[in-house]
Design a binder for this molecule. Structure first.
Ligand SMILES: Cc1cc2nc3c(=O)[nH]c(=O)nc-3n(C[C@H](O)[C@H](O)[C@H](O)COP(=O)(O)O)c2cc1C
Ligand code: SF4
Length: 516
């Protein structure tokens, strides 16, 4: 090896970047440096969320981190010839990525460390502000912790937007020998990946958030119910949990406080319905993921019949930020009843897809055009679907809608987990409505008739409409609308209950597609 100091190169190891070739880049970079006798330390960080630039690698230089991307394997020799390890000039050089407009304009609180830190290194986490929240939490009585979360205005980021403080208060108030924190990491919505990015890029944030939740409500055991399709997240969590335990941030007598909390990971059942909280609890208990009738609420009778906080990954990973910065500081972001920030996930037919964390209130226009750059095909954008497969389609005429819970509800839409999928003008919206019903038919747990049977009848009805020539279609449209009514009002859970959102929005805004 030559005499120069060891250089650190960050090559993302998250599933998104790996799917774009990051593992091969990491292997070839190590080989090429060995061949040239250059000494490098390769850190597998998370993606910063600029997916159109992945694999995006960063080199630590005395002047700061210098990024290059998207890097292909064929680029590596030329990059090294150009002085990659010194941040040398090259066509792929992006400079300091943190000052890139796409990132600079964001308000990253929950995802502040994603892509920045080494997800396997607890000291790096601490050096970047990690465990400040837990240190604060350990000095506070449980009811003050719950009050801080209530005052922050945090609402569940899994989809239902229920106030987190109220949920925690309910569990806090139960008398029980055992309580649980169950983290919903099933992330089943199409076009969503923020949970994955946190777990792969900053797993200690979730661990810290769950630990604070445990202290607040009196739970000593947590479970992460992890989507089966997330093996990279499983590995990152396993490493981080082991380290946290070794360093006294998990387990018995947390940081010599006399308080206990530990976390186990459970791999999900591989069905969309397993993300619904009561199905998730069934699956966690080892049964088929099937919806439980409510009441009782999980907060009163949840996992193994005990009071349980069920929260999404983003909800829990935001808790340390609130404790570290203060409830008021967090509340200062956002608009109306939607307080704080939301990590939006931009996907589908879009030029620049990725993670955009902003205070609630960014408009769809700003997201799709300023961040996304319009469609990837270059054709006009026709619609976006917001909030996963059960979310409404918004036409371009409504792209001035702010992304906040109430503003979207006023447009018969929902924000859900913050996934926004873009479609261009070649999309047949009747087929998208059919797809929503087909998805529901495939994923239905079968417990109630409006969902199990209604979804299949809906698919048949749209097929019939699309196969026919013009005659009799007005009647079919009315029948489809009536079917949506039955599903919305008669289904036991959100899968059957919300499938009408995409169907009705397609009917309302793109009626011509149903009429052939
Ligand atoms: C069909 C269906 C699927 C769901 N999938 C998820 C999921 O994958 N992840 C998630 O966090 N919440 C999901 N939810 C919402 C959960 O039921 C629940 O509201 C959430 O986990 C509570 O956490 P939060 O308050 O932090 O959002 C789903 C709901 C329904 C009806
Ligand atoms: S709406 Fe569908 S998924 Fe939900 S309980 Fe009924 S059958 Fe099961």
């Amino acid at each position: 090896m030559n005499a120069r100091a060891m250089v650190t190169v960050f090559v993302p190891g998250d599933a998104g970047s790996v799917s774009l070739g990051a593992d091969t880049i990491a292997t070839q970079l190590a080989q090429e440096c060995r061949r040239r006798e250059l000494s490098v330390r390769i850190v597998r960080n998370g993606s910063r969320g600029l997916y159109w630039l992945e694999p995006l690698i960063e080199v630590t230089t005395p002047g700061g981190r210098i990024a290059y991307g998207p890097v292909g394997t064929k680029d590596l020799p030329a990059l090294l010839d150009a002085g990659l390890l010194d941040g040398g000039p090259h066509a792929l050089r992006l400079g300091d990525i943190a000052s890139h407009e796409w990132l600079r304009s964001q308000q990253r609180l929950t995802a502040a460390r994603v892509g920045v830190v080494d997800p396997a290194d607890i000291d790096d986490y601490i050096a970047h502000g990690g465990y400040v929240g837990l240190s604060t939490a350990l000095t506070m009585p449980p009811h003050d912790l719950v009050r801080a979360i209530t005052e922050s205005g945090l609402r569940g980021r899994g989809g239902a937007a229920f106030p987190t403080g109220i949920k925690w208060q309910t569990v806090h108030d139960q008398r029980a020998a055992q309580k649980y924190i169950a983290c919903n990491a099933d992330e089943g919505d199409s076009g969503t990946f923020s949970d994955r990015m946190i777990m792969e890029g900053d797993p200690f944030a979730l661990i810290e958030g769950m630990t604070i939740a445990g202290l607040a409500v009196g739970a000593t055991q947590g479970y992460i119910y992890l989507r089966v399709e997330y093996p990279h997240a499983a590995r990152a969590l396993a490493k981080a949990l082991h380290t946290a335990r070794e360093r006294g941030y998990l387990g018995g007598d947390l940081r010599d406080s006399g308080r206990d909390f530990d976390i186990s990971v459970r791999i999900g059942g591989g069905a969309y319905i397993c993300g619904e909280e009561t199905s998730m609890l069934e699956s966690l208990e080892g049964r088929r993921g099937e919806v439980r009738v409510r009441p009782p609420l999980p907060a009163i009778k949840g996992l193994f019949g005990q009071p349980t906080v069920v929260n999404n990954v983003i909800t829990l990973a935001t808790v340390p930020v609130i404790l570290a910065r203060g409830a008021r500081a967090y509340r200062d972001f956002g608009m109306g009843k939607s307080r704080g920030t939301i990590p939006l996930q931009l996907a589908g037919n879009v030029k620049r897809g990725g993670l955009v964390e902003r205070a609630f209130g960014l408009t769809v226009n700003e997201l799709v055009y300023d961040y996304g750059g319009g469609s990837a095909t270059g054709r006009p954008v026709r619609a976006v679907q917001i909030g996963g497969p059960l979310g409404a389609y918004l036409p371009e005429s409504q792209f001035d809608t702010p992304l906040d819970y109430e503003a979207l509800a006023a447009k018969d839409a929902l924000l859900g987990h913050g996934g926004v999928v873009v479609f261009d003008d070649s999309t047949d919206m009747a087929r998208m409505a059919r797809y929503a019903l087909e998805f529901c038919a495939i994923e239905s747990c079968g417990k109630c008739t409006p969902c199990r049977v209604g979804s299949t009848r809906g698919v048949e009805l749209i097929d019939r409409m699309l196969a026919r020539s013009n005659g009799g279609r007005a009647g079919d449209l009315a029948l489809l609308d009536e079917l949506c009514d039955t599903m919305a009002n008669g289904s036991l859970c959100g899968l059957g209950g919300m499938t009408p959102f995409p169907v009705r929005s397609a009917l309302k805004h793109f009626r011509e597609d149903f009429l052939g």
